[in-house]
Ligand binder design. Structure first.
Ligand SMILES: Cc1ncc(COP(=O)(O)O)c(C=O)c1O
Ligand SMILES: [Zn+2]
Length: 403
């Protein structure tokens, strides 16, 4: 059996095809490239039952991943995160069928490990020795650490305000780390210049085609964990939108294979009120977003003023009958606390936004009575200790507590 059924790259805008054996970044028309598989052969060679005894990592779906040879796989054991019932907060927001896909358990503490594992593995297969990327923190941390595992050099540029721990994760991996006194879009411009001047591999969001494939495995896992039945709604905290594009791609591939039936889940792009270009585009039923000026939110991972793949995010939202919702920082921080108090789960601010969005959409009736709803917690709350501001009483030795 082949390790992968990957076939070629294609441009979703102009349909140009590219080979899988060579390094490619964007299409000549400027669009991100997507990965295609030989679905006909794969449908004949693999069925869901064959996955049952495989390793509990995202590499269990290797046929639907782009790495041709097993020796190029770079792994820290990522994937197969829990899909947990959330009965208490579900009751609180009157969504009894609320589940959380908890990505906080992955290596490096966020779902970015998926994109990094697959992206770095494929980069290794393509002979890349040095890469550069801008990041809002978590992606840089993951790519720097996976690059170290692959013996690859990395240069990472992140906003000075990015969570401190992500800075430390990059630094300790031996990455060339730079901080920029600006936003991810400013970091992106510096990387573009670096790539052009020194010929480094550009691992920026969607400028290499393989990160989506790693993030796609969230969709594959959700389907497998639900016994190849699909939920009604998936809420995703959307910055660059790669995860949402990936989940949509995964579900369509499973449909093509005949492993899932019926309507696809309604995909919800959740953004912060301080940075909501996708929501604005969706409100106006537009196909692309506009640059969001002076963006600001505590949910740092979703502070992306203009995503290169915005048209793909919007396409996934429109095609599934989904929607786009924005949440204020105050609402998401309140929700973060509720999730911790009611479920014992310390979710990241971006993940908290998806719970707040579920609450809002249930209140408006957009989410129905008995729907199966998945909130994606994209990272561990412990990566953002500064989002919690509590006054804790301090006792002197010998002082007792009275109730
Ligand atoms: C915790 C977290 N959630 C969500 C996102 C947004 O990811 P995407 O680019 O897939 O929209 C990020 C990106 O940095 C993140 O770190
Ligand atoms: Zn093109």
């Amino acid at each position: 059996m082949k390790h992968s059924y990957v076939s070629h790259l294609f441009c979703p805008k102009c349909d140009t095809r590219y080979t899988i054996e060579d390094k490619h970044q964007l299409c000549t028309c400027g669009s991100p490239l997507l990965v295609a598989y030989d679905m006909e052969s794969l449908a004949g060679a693999l069925n869901p039952a064959m996955l049952r005894d495989r390793e509990p990592s995202l590499w269990r779906y290797r046929e639907l991943l782009p790495v041709l040879h097993p020796e190029h796989v770079v792994t820290l054991g990522e994937g197969l995160t829990p899909l947990l019932p959330m009965p208490n907060i579900g009751a609180d927001m009157q969504i009894p069928g609320l589940l959380m896909k908890d990505e906080g358990l992955l290596p490096t503490g966020s779902f970015k490990a998926r994109g990094a594992a697959v992206g770095i593995s494929k980069a290794k297969e393509l002979g890349v020795t040095e890469l550069a990327m801008p990041t809002n923190g978590n992606a840089g941390a993951a790519w720097a650490l996976y690059a170290a595992r692959a013996k690859m050099k990395s240069t990472v540029i992140m906003p000075i305000d990015a969570p401190l721990i992500t800075r430390n994760e990059c630094a300790i991996s031996g990455s060339n780390l730079y901080l920029v006194n600006g936003l991810i879009s400013d970091a992106g411009r510096i990387v573009a210049d670096l790539v052009q001047s020194y010929g480094l591999y550009d691992a920026s969001t969607l400028k290499e085609p393989y990160r989506i494939e790693g993030k796609k495995t969230m969709g594959l896992e959700i389907a497998e964990q639900l016994g190849w039945k699909l939920p009604d709604v998936i809420l995703y905290p959307t910055g660059g939108g790669v995860g949402l594009i990936g989940i949509y791609k995964a579900l369509k591939e499973l449909q093509t294979l005949g492993w899932v039936q019926g309507k696809l889940p309604r995909l919800v792009a959740v953004q912060a009120e301080g940075c909501a270009p996708i929501v604005k585009a969706w409100d106006n039923q537009e196909k692309e977003s506009q640059f969001w000026t002076a963006s600001k939110t505590v949910a740092f991972g979703i502070n992306v003023p203009k995503a290169l793949g915005d048209f793909l995010v919007l396409e996934a939202v429109y095609a599934t009958g989904g929607c786009a919702v924005s949440i204020s920082d105050e609402e998401l921080l309140q929700e973060q606390q509720r999730v911790a108090e009611l479920e014992g789960a310390f979710v990241c601010p971006e993940g908290a936004a998806t719970f707040a969005a579920a609450r809002k959409l249930k209140q408006t009736g957009w989410i129905g009575e008995n729907e199966c709803v998945i909130a994606l917690n994209t990272g561990a709350g412990i990566k953002y200790p500064d989002t919690v501001n509590v006054q804790v009483p301090v006792l002197q030795p010998g002082e007792w507590i009275t109730r």
